[in-house]
Design a protein around this ligand. Structure first.
Ligand code: NAD
Length: 556
């Protein structure tokens, strides 16, 4: 990555972006600027609005050569023993560990998230995924015996074999710019694929760093290529025909990608938005639950697919719970992510703030009460907003129906757990949810009634850091799974291989049909599935019995 020395910054004509003086080549272009034929994707610090690095953009014309290099590298890579691929994962893990401070620094500078969050939710997750899959992949990707239950097919033995797709595309968002691509790239590689990674155009420096780590770990040239650019580049990658697409991002883009993939019959995994519900029952530990709500709603400035966005709390404890949430929210420190004491940094861009403000306005107009927060903090820098707690909300409000993706906790009091479940399920999203209760059995019973890819009882969001836990949900939250064994299996084609143990025998079901043969076939169905044992035994014997299946076939 090309860094930029600290220089006086000048305000760009756009209100929230400043470009350092020595780089301000064109006042019109914000992201991809052309300097001597080379376009760039700018890395902007959301806390200051300054362009802090300029990463060369990938020209669309380079895509055919990129695919060609990836296909060549993939063939050699897939031919390596799995143990060698696992060794490379360990090298990647070590490279990540070595550069952990740089990773946290660049992610913090480019996303505005506090350093602690960059370490825990980005670096740690990537390290654990590499470690976990280096250990587990040999077990999960080795051929798996398939025992046959049907007595008529016992003379055959079968296996599942797990083969790479080929060149897969990973298109990722800006909110977890290191952890999300890494937790997809690592399983893709260990399964034997080549990867074309297109990071978000808002986090190109983190994307470039992924490329450096891949080089440092020693992966073959061309196996992982980082393609820098915006949506048009993502669309062009799909147009060029990767073997599978792993997309994480918004519902709107997800729809476009699903359509593009469908028209070319390219399989896809879509990890889209969320509107996660938190259900707080009257017997919950309110102190812990309110701390969870505040962290779950505001971590990463609320810009997480697993953010707590809707809270349904049983009426007898609602007032106390709301009071605790407000008190704790007021104690949070919003400020520069450079300051390690800050709990909450800026949002990524101005348009994200506008969306939050629009949802708050709509909610207020429909009768909601903002108990704290919701105001911009220009005194802190660009894109800062105070975390908000809102009550008196209902499902007519955008705040309860659309993904907010900002630091807002919307709390509604409910008469019962049944009402809470009904409201939690009243959403097109279904990524995850949480239930708070001191009765674990009751929690599990409610969890089974919630439409979501995951439900946590007495915790929020942290399952995302459990490498064994699958991630993904139904409806507008997308399809397919990442993380865990299920995520690894998304990276492979499953092939069934069958070996016949009686290779010298022609199969009884081959040609040479006759009336007796058809009758014997019917008897065999009876012998296997008739409701009584007596009928099954009868079907075995006799001139046209199942046993005659072999004898009755004319030899061809
Ligand atoms: P986005 O949809 O705007 O962009 C995501 C990526 O898609 C970017 O790399 C972008 O350049 C690319 N893209 C845009 N148009 C494209 C096209 N036509 N073809 C191919 N690629 C295209 O999303 P975002 O703003 O970066 O991320 C925020 C969204 O991501 C939120 O909705 C959030 O909930 C979701 N998200 C989901 C998960 C999850 O695991 N379910 C995780 C993180 C974020």
């Amino acid at each position: 990555m090309r860094g930029v020395s600290s220089q006086e910054a000048v305000r760009h004509p756009s209100k929230s972006v400043r470009i350092r003086k020595e780089m301000a080549v064109s006042p019109q272009a914000l992201r991809a600027q052309s300097v001597a034929g080379q376009s760039f994707v700018d890395s902007v610090n959301p806390a200051t609005g300054e362009v802090v690095a300029r990463i060369p953009a990938t020209p669309l014309t380079a895509i055919p050569a990129i695919f060609e290099a990836a296909r060549a590298a993939q063939k050699t890579w897939a031919a390596q023993p799995l143990s060698a691929r696992c060794t490379m994962l360990r090298s990647l893990r070590d490279a990540i560990f070595e550069r952990r401070d740089d990773i946290a620094k660049i992610v913090t500078r480019e996303t505005g998230k506090p350093r602690a969050e960059a370490i825990l939710a980005e670096v740690l997750l990537a390290l654990d995924t590499a470690n976990f899959l280096a250990r587990q992949a040999p077990r999960w990707l080795r051929p798996e015996r398939v025992p046959h239950h049907n007595i008529a097919l016992k003379a055959k033995s079968g296996w599942l074999e797990f083969e790479p797709h080929g060149v897969v595309a990973i298109i990722s968002p800006w909110n977890f710019p290191f952890a999300i691509p890494m937790t997809e790239l690592i399983p893709a590689l260990v399964a034997g694929n080549a990867v074309l990674l297109k990071p978000s155009e808002l986090t190109p420096a983190t994307g470039a760093l992924v490329g450096e780590l891949i080089d440092r770990a020693g992966f073959p040239k061309g196996l992982v290529q980082i393609l820098q650019g915006g949506g048009e580049l993502g669309a062009a990658i799909i147009e060029a025909g990767p073997a599978k697409v792993f997309f994480t991002g918004s519902v709107t883009t997800g729809r476009r990608i699903a359509e593009a993939c469908a028209s070319k019959l390219i399989p896809s995994v879509l990890e889209l938005g969320g509107k996660d519900a938190m259900i707080v029952l009257a017997d919950a530990d309110l102190d812990v639950a309110s701390s969870a709500a505040v962290w779950g709603g505001f971590t990463n400035c609320g810009q997480a697919c697993l953010s707590v966005e809707r809270i349904y709390v049983e009426q007898p404890v609602a007032e106390k719970f709301v009071q605790l949430c407000v008190e704790k929210t007021k104690k949070l420190r919003t400020g520069s992510p450079k300051d390690t004491e800050s709990d909450i940094g800026p949002m990524i861009r101005e348009r994200q703030l506008e969306k939050v403000e629009q949802q708050l306005r709509d909610a207020e107009q429909r009768g909601a009460r903002i108990l704290t927060g919701g105001n911009r903090r220009p005194d802190l820098g660009a894109n800062f907003i105070e975390p908000a707690v809102v009550t008196n909300v209902d499902h007519s409000m955008q705040l309860m129906r659309e993904e907010t993706f900002g630091p807002v906790l919307a709390i509604r009091s409910v008469a019962s757990a049944d009402e809470a479940v009904a409201l939690a399920n009243d959403s097109p999203f279904g990524l995850s949810a949480s239930i708070w209760t001191s009765d674990a059995r009751c929690g599990r019973a409610l969890a089974s009634r919630i439409r979501a890819g995951s439900v946590m009882i007495n915790d929020v969001a942290s399952y995302y850091g459990i490498s064994e836990a699958p991630h993904g949900g139904p409806g507008w939250s997308g399809w397919g799974r990442t993380h865990s064994r299920l995520g690894l299996l998304e990276m492979v084609q499953v092939k069934y291989v069958d070996v016949d143990r009686l290779p010298r025998f022609a199969k009884p079901w081959w040609y040479g049909y006759s009336e007796d043969f058809a009758a014997a076939a019917g008897s065999m169905v009876e012998a296997l599935f008739a409701p009584s044992w007596k009928r099954r035994l009868q079907a075995m014997v006799g001139r046209r019995g199942a046993r005659g299946l072999i004898a009755r076939r004319r030899r061809i």
